[in-house]
Design a protein around this ligand. Structure first.
Ligand SMILES: Nc1ncnc2c1ncn2[C@@H]1O[C@H](COP(=O)(O)OP(=O)(O)OP(=O)(O)O)[C@@H](O)[C@H]1O
Ligand SMILES: [Mg+2]
Length: 274
C-alpha cells in the first residue's frame, strides 16, 4: 500500500509547506539512491495560498481546468481521470509530481460545504492512482477546514510540524484529537499520527531547549517525536529561489536534519510493513 503523508497543523507558519516539499523531494532522492524500481512521489497541495505549488513548479496560476479544484468539482465517475490529467512534473525532479493548488480552492470549499460525500472528494480519486507512486505527500492549509478534512481522509500518516514555543503542546493535543475524530468519524482505520516534527529549533534559545525536553518526556507526545529541524536561513533562501533546501545547500543544517527525518520515516514504514 502506498503511504500517504499529510503535513498538518492548524497553526500558521510552522513549516508545513517547507516540510511537505522537502520530504517529497528527499523521498524521491532516497528511493533513487536505494535503487528502487519506482521512485515517483506525488506532492498534493491543498492550500489555496499555493506556496508548495509555486516553489516546486514556478507557477501559482492554476485554476478551473488544471488544479485540485478541477478534481473536487468533477463528478464521481470522471474525478480519477481529471486527477490524473492535472498532475504536473515539478521543476525539482522528474520523478516528483505535483497536484497543484489554486486560489479557487477557497470558494470551492464553500461550494462543497454540506454536499454529501464531500470529505471523500480527494480520497476516492486518489485511491485509484496512488499505486503509481512510491509515496504521496499532502500539504494542508493552516485551519481545520473541510479541505484539511479531505486531506486527512485521504491520508495514512499524519506528521505534525510544530515550533518549540510556549503552549505548543496544548495545540498539539488538539491537532491529534482532530485526527482521531477523522479516523473514527470517517472510518479511516489506516490514518494515524506518525510523527511530531519540531521545526525552526534554535538551540541557543533557552525556552526552545526547555520545550523540546518537555516534549521528549511527555508520555504521549514523546514517543511520536520524529525529527528536529534547526532554524536555518538556508530554508528561506531556498524558498526565495524556488529550490529544495537540499539543492540550495546539501550541507546546510536543515538539509541534514531533513535527510535524517526522511531516513527515520522510511525505517518506521519498513518496520510497520514487516
Ligand atoms: N527550519 C527553518 N528555518 C528557517 N526558516 C524556516 C524554517 N522552516 C520554515 N521557515 C520559514 O518560515 C516561514 C513559514 O514556513 P512554511 O511556509 O513552510 O510554513 P507553513 O506552516 O506552511 O505556513 P502556512 O500555515 O502559512 O501554510 C517561511 O518563510 C519559511 O521560509
Ligand atoms: Mg503552507
Amino acid at each position: 500500500m502506498t503511504r500517504i503523508f499529510v503535513l498538518t497543523n492548524h497553526k500558521g507558519g510552522v513549516g508545513k509547506s517547507t516540510s511537505a516539499t522537502n520530504i517529497a523531494f528527499g523521498l524521491t532522492g532516497l528511493l533513487r539512491s536505494a535503487g528502487a524500481a519506482n521512485c515517483r512521489v506525488l506532492l498534493i497541495d491543498t492550500d489555496s495560498q499555493s506556496h508548495a505549488t509555486l516553489v516546486t513548479t514556478g507557477r501559482n496560476d492554476f485554476g478551473t481546468d488544471d488544479s485540485l479544484y478541477s478534481v473536487l468539482m468533477a463528478d464521481r465517475q470522471t474525478a480519477p481521470q481529471v486527477l490524473a490529467n492535472v498532475i504536473v512534473q515539478s521543476h525539482w525532479d522528474a520523478d516528483l509530481h505535483v497536484l497543484p493548488a489554486s486560489p479557487l480552492l477557497e470558494g470551492g470549499e464553500r461550494e462543497l460545504m454540506g454536499v454529501a460525500g464531500a470529505p471523500y472528494r480527494l480520497a476516492d480519486p486518489l485511491s485509484r492512482i496512488a499505486g503509481h507512486y512510491a509515496a504521496v505527500v499532502i500539504d494542508t492549509r493552516p485551519s481545520f477546514s473541510l479541505m484539511t478534512e479531505m486531506a486527512l481522509v485521504a491520508a495514512t500518516d499524519a506528521i505534525i510540524p510544530v515550533e518549540p514555543r510556549y503552549l505548543e503542546t496544548v495545540g498539539l493535543l488538539s491537532v491529534m484529537s482532530k485526527i482521531n475524530d477523522v479516523r473514527e468519524g470517517w472510518r479511516r482505520p489506516d490514518l494515524r499520527v506518525s510523527g511530531i516534527l519540531v521545526t525552526k529549533m534554535d538551540s541557543r534559545v533557552k525556552g526552545h531547549n526547555h520545550l523540546l525536553d518537555e516534549l521528549k518526556t511527555h508520555t504521549v507526545l514523546g514517543r511520536l517525536l520524529c525529527g528536529v529541524i534547526p532554524a536555518n536561513e538556508a530554508v528561506s533562501y531556498a524558498h526565495r529561489d524556488h529550490l529544495s533546501v537540499f539543492s540550495y545547500d546539501p550541507h546546510a543544517p536543515a538539509s541534514k536534519a531533513y535527510a535524517h527525518l526522511i531516513g527515520t520515516l522510511v525505517k518506521r514504514l519498513k518496520g510497520s510493513a514487516a
